[in-house]
Write a protein that binds this ligand. Structure first.
Ligand code: 4AD
Ligand code: MG
Length: 432
């Protein structure tokens, strides 16, 4: 007997194969038993007839419960009516573990709290399966694209002595008896050190924000990819981001058709993600938003509603650049044309999704950076190492960070970010 996977049944038409997995549904007409089966790689139906099945197997089938684990054997045949294109003529079945008859997730609609309480089981649902597979493609596309253009993956620490993105959203922990430590909000500052060794670097890891925001876009723990490059200025920074997003969309469109169909994602909207992305300054965005009725002020950051309004105007992602310095982080380089603004850009995803990337050129002058640290009321001592980077061979450099879950939510067309991460941590949730 050939041991195989559902993803490979097309290689075994006419052959008898063995599959290992779980029963996600079944129905029986008394003479015929339809078993809906999944093995992690996909879903398939196995059909058993009472006449063609041993009594032992037929009895095992009758005793089955949803989500029992089984080893299944059958003959592969093509079947144009089945979504996978294949079906199994069931031959035998061995139960590994018989689940009780109370699997909590059923056909009926469940509320989000119930599903999140049962996240450990909810992950098995078809839609959740599809989301995690798209997420995996996004990660792989990111590594592939960045490696191809010369970025080296480097790991930044999670336990840090100081803030990267402002002090109000830090998770603080006792670091033994002698000091406090903070969970990283972004590896950026460490990448800035690394690029002075390796030229171009990226990291990929969990980051933490003690944000009191209860929105569909905020997690307290999420996965960020920070990229940083020496000798790259503002324009070059945007070009790298555009290339990365195009690559991610292309790879998902070629590798995840089935998953996008399960998610009922509008494919045309993703196909419209083409270069060049829309570009506007923060001042232009504010003017446009006021024209649409927003009460945004000249030096306000864009709120979630503003981002949503703006992205509904275009079918491509939008770079909003040159924000007022007062609303952005201390490390951003000022715009030489207008010292009240910084050489940054947020990339907003279309269809109302809003910010998926935040990036900027970095302040590379020692005295300017020191002044910014003081202006932001940050303690200088913990930043001495960061200031050193401006003392020993400082160069113009730029970078950006993306939120993996924000990108996944957009690509999958999801309402809420919580479904994009296996075990979401929200302001009011840390289990399971
Ligand atoms: O815009 P942010 O705060 O930028 C930084 O942290 C920079 N240090 C990155 C860099 O330049 N290397 O965060 C980057 C991205 C956002 O654009 C968003 O996609 C995501 O991280 N993000 C969140 N995702 C989920 N939940 C949250 N609470 C998030 N906060 C930011
Ligand atoms: Mg941001």
């Amino acid at each position: 007997m050939i041991s195989s996977f559902i993803s490979r049944v097309s290689e075994h038409v006419g052959q008898e194969i063995e599959l290992k997995g779980w029963v996600y549904n079944f129905r029986s007409s008394g003479k015929i038993f339809f078993l809906q089966f999944r093995d992690g790689t996909g879903r398939i139906q196995a059909v058993f007839s009472k006449a063609g099945t041993s009594e032992e197997v037929w009895n095992a089938l009758q005793s089955l419960r949803i989500e029992s684990s089984v080893v299944l054997a059958g003959k592969v045949k093509e079947d144009s009516r089945s979504p996978s294109g294949f079906e199994l003529d069931g031959m035998s079945l061995r139960v590994i573990q018989l689940a009780p008859d109370d699997y909590p997730i059923g056909k009926k609609e469940h509320g989000p709290d119930f599903l999140l309480d049962n996240r450990h089981l909810w992950l098995r649902s078809e839609k959740q399966w599809a989301i995690q597979r798209v997420r995996n493609t996004i990660i792989n596309a990111t590594f592939a694209y960045l490696n191809e253009i010369g970025f080296i993956k480097i790991d930044s620490p999670i336990l840090t002595p100081n803030a990267c993105e402002g002090t109000t959203e830090l998770f603080e922990i006792d670091y033994f008896e002698w000091t406090k430590a903070y969970l990283s909000q972004s590896g950026q500052l460490y990448l800035e050190a690394a690029v002075m060794s390796l030229g171009r670097c990226f990291d990929f890891g969990p980051v933490f924000r003690a944000e009191k925001s209860k929105t569909r876009r905020h997690l307290t723990e999420f996965w960020m990819m920070d990229a940083e490059a020496a000798f790259v200025e503002h324009e070059g920074n945007l070009a790298i981001q555009e290339g990365l997003i195009l690559r991610i969309v292309k790879d998902v469109l070629t590798q995840n058709r089935k998953e996008l169909a399960i998610l009922e994602r509008n494919i045309e909207a993703l196909e419209k993600v083409q270069a060049p992305f829309v570009r506007m300054t923060h001042a232009e965005a504010v003017a446009k938003l006021r024209g649409m009725g927003s009460d945004i002020k000249d030096i306000d950051d864009l709120g979630a509603d503003d981002e949503t309004m703006l992205t509904k105007l275009y079918d491509r992602p939008i770079f909003v650049e040159k924000y007022p310095a007062v609303v952005k982080a201390f490390y951003m380089k000022r715009d030489p044309q207008d010292a009240t603004r910084v050489l940054n850009a947020d990339l907003l995803a279309p269809e109302g999704y809003g910010e998926i990337i935040g990036g900027s050129q970095r302040e590379d002058d020692y005295d300017m950076l020191l002044a910014r640290i003081k202006e932001h009321n940050l303690p200088v001592e913990p930043f001495n190492w960061y200031l050193d980077l401006r003392k020993y061979g400082s160069v113009p450099h730029s970078g950006f960070g993306y939120g993996l879950e924000r990108i996944t939510a957009w690509i999958c067309g999801l309402e809420h970010i919580r479904e994009t991460i296996p075990f979401p941590r929200l302001i009011n949730r840390i289990t399971p």
